[in-house]
Design a protein around this ligand. Structure first.
Ligand SMILES: *Cc1c(COP(=O)(O)O)cnc(C)c1O
Length: 404
C-alpha cells in the first residue's frame, strides 16, 4: 500500500466528517457508487458504443453501459441519452458542435449573473469557438429578465439558446425559454448540472420535455460519480454521440459509467424524492435564517438547493467571508454576484447550499443553528474568540452526523 497517498486520503476523510460541506455543487455519494468507481472496470478500453467498439473483450462492458443507458432513459424520460461524458463541461461542447457551426451565435446566461464558464466565457474555449451573446438577471430583483432575453434573441438570432447555470437560486421558466427559442428559430439547451437531482425528485421543473438538448453533471444534486451526461431528442442522437466520441473524447470511463448506473438506480428509489424535498426545505430555512440575521440574498431567497449571499460593493469580500467560515469548518465558496465589481478571486458574495448536509441527515433544526453561526462569524470575521467558539460547535454538530 502507498502510505504517502493513503495517509492523505485518510486525512481528507476526516476533514469531510468534521467540517460542514456547504458548497452547493458537492455531495456525498453512496458506498455502492464509490465501489463501482473503484472497480476493475477501470482496466478496460471501450472506445465506441455498445456493440460498436474498436476493441475486443467488451461483452460485459456493453451490458453495463447498456444498463446505464436504459436506466438513464427511464429516470429522465429521455428519448436518447449519452452517458460517456467525462465531466459536466464536455457535454456542452458536444451539444454546441451538434447544434451549430463554428463561429455561430449562441445566447447564454452571463457568468457573473449565474452562468457557467462553458457558456461562452472569454477564458473558456467555448467563448473562442462561438460568438456568445449573454443575458442576465434584473439587478433590482435578481430574477432572469425574460423580456431582455427575448430582445437579445430577436436582435442576434442565435442558433442555440442555453438556460441553466451555477449560481441562480430560483426556478427557471423553461416554457418561456422554449417560446423565445421558437420565435427566433433557435434550438434550446438546458444545462441542469446543478439541479438534476431536484428535477428527478420533482421539486424543480422538468426541462427534458421542452428542451432539444439537456446536459448535466452526475455528481452534484444527482449524487453520483464525477461525470456528465447528455439527453436529447432522437433527431439529434447521432450527432450528439458522434461529437462525444470520436469528436471530443477517447475511451469512456466505464467504471464511472457503472457508477452512473448505480446512481440512476438510487435516484429511482422513493427515498430520493424525499431527499430532494428535504434539500429544498433545508435551503429555504437556511435562507430565512440568514435573511433574519441581516444578510442580503441575491433574489431575496431560494427555490432550490442554493443561496447566493451578496455583500454589496462596499461590504465584506467573498474571499474574507469564505476564509473566515473555513476557519470554523463551514465550507462555502466565494462567488461573483450580479453587477459584480470585484475580481473572481475576491468577489462580493458567497454561494452555499444544502445537498451534502441533507445527505448526512440534517434537517431544518440544524439549518437554523448553522445559519445563525454563519451570521455570527460574518459579523465578527476577525474576532478569534467568536471563531474559536463557533469552530468548536461546528465540529461537535458535524461529528454527530454520519458520512455515507
Ligand atoms: C458544474 C457545472 C458544469 C460542469 O461541471 P464539471 O465541473 O465539468 O463537472 C456545467 N454547467 C454548469 C451550469 C455547472 O454548474
Amino acid at each position: 500500500m502507498d502510505k504517502e497517498v493513503f495517509d492523505l486520503i485518510a486525512k481528507e476523510e476526516t476533514r469531510q466528517k468534521e467540517q460542514l460541506e456547504m458548497i452547493p455543487s458537492e455531495n456525498y455519494v453512496s458506498p455502492a457508487v464509490r465501489e463501482a468507481t473503484g472497480s476493475v472496470l477501470t482496466n478496460k478500453y471501450a472506445e465506441g458504443y455498445p456493440q460498436k467498439r474498436y476493441y475486443s473483450g467488451n461483452m460485459v462492458i456493453d451490458s453495463l453501459e447498456t444498463l446505464a443507458i436504459e436506466r438513464g432513459k427511464k429516470l429522465f424520460g429521455a428519448e436518447h441519452i449519452n452517458v460517456q461524458p467525462y465531466s459536466g463541461s464536455n457535454p456542452n461542447f458536444a451539444v454546441y458542435l451538434a447544434a451549430c457551426e463554428l463561429g455561430d451565435t449562441i445566447l447564454a446566461m452571463e457568468l457573473t449573473h449565474g452562468g457557467h464558464l462553458t457558456h461562452g466565457s472569454s477564458v473558456n474555449l467555448s467563448g473562442k469557438m462561438f460568438k456568445f451573446v449573454h443575458y442576465g438577471v434584473d439587478l433590482a430583483t435578481g430574477l432572469i429578465d425574460y423580456e431582455s432575453v427575448y430582445r437579445i434573441a430577436k436582435e442576434h438570432k442565435p442558433k442555440l439558446i442555453v438556460a441553466g447555470g451555477s449560481a441562480y437560486p430560483r426556478i427557471i421558466d423553461f416554457g418561456r425559454f422554449r417560446e423565445i427559442a421558437d420565435e427566433v428559430g433557435a434550438k434550446l439547451l438546458v444545462d441542469m448540472a446543478h439541479f438534476a437531482g431536484l428535477v428527478v425528485g420533482k421539486v424543480y421543473p422538468d426541462p427534458v420535455v421542452v428542451a432539444d438538448f439537456v446536459t448535466s453533471s452526475t455528481h452534484k444534486t444527482l449524487r453520483g460519480p464525477r461525470g456528465g451526461l447528455i439527453i436529447c431528442k432522437s433527431a439529434y442522437a447521432k450527432d450528439v454521440d458522434r461529437w462525444v466520441f470520436p469528436g471530443l473524447q477517447g475511451g469512456p470511463l466505464e467504471h464511472v459509467i457503472a457508477a452512473k448506473a448505480v446512481c440512476f438506480g438510487e435516484a429511482m428509489h422513493p427515498d430520493f424524492k424525499s431527499y430532494a424535498e428535504q434539500i429544498v426545505r433545508n435551503a429555504k430555512v437556511l435562507a430565512e435564517t440568514l435573511s433574519k440575521g441581516g444578510l442580503k440574498l441575491s433574489s431575496g431567497g431560494t427555490d432550490s438547493h442554493l443561496i447566493l449571499i451578496d455583500f454589496g460593493r462596499d461590504g465584506l469580500t467573498g474571499k474574507e467571508a469564505s476564509d473566515a467560515l473555513e476557519k470554523v469548518g463551514i465550507i462555502v465558496n466565494k462567488n461573483t454576484v450580479p453587477g459584480e465589481t470585484r475580481s473572481p478571486f475576491i468577489t462580493s458574495g458567497i454561494r452555499l447550499g444544502t445537498p451534502a448536509l441533507t445527505t448526512r441527515g440534517m434537517t431544518e433544526k440544524e439549518m437554523v443553528l448553522i445559519g445563525n453561526w454563519i451570521v455570527e462569524v460574518l459579523a465578527a470575521h476577525l474576532d478569534e474568540t467568536v471563531l474559536t467558539k463557533v469552530g468548536k460547535a461546528v465540529k461537535e454538530l458535524s461529528t454527530k452526523f454520519m458520512v455515507p
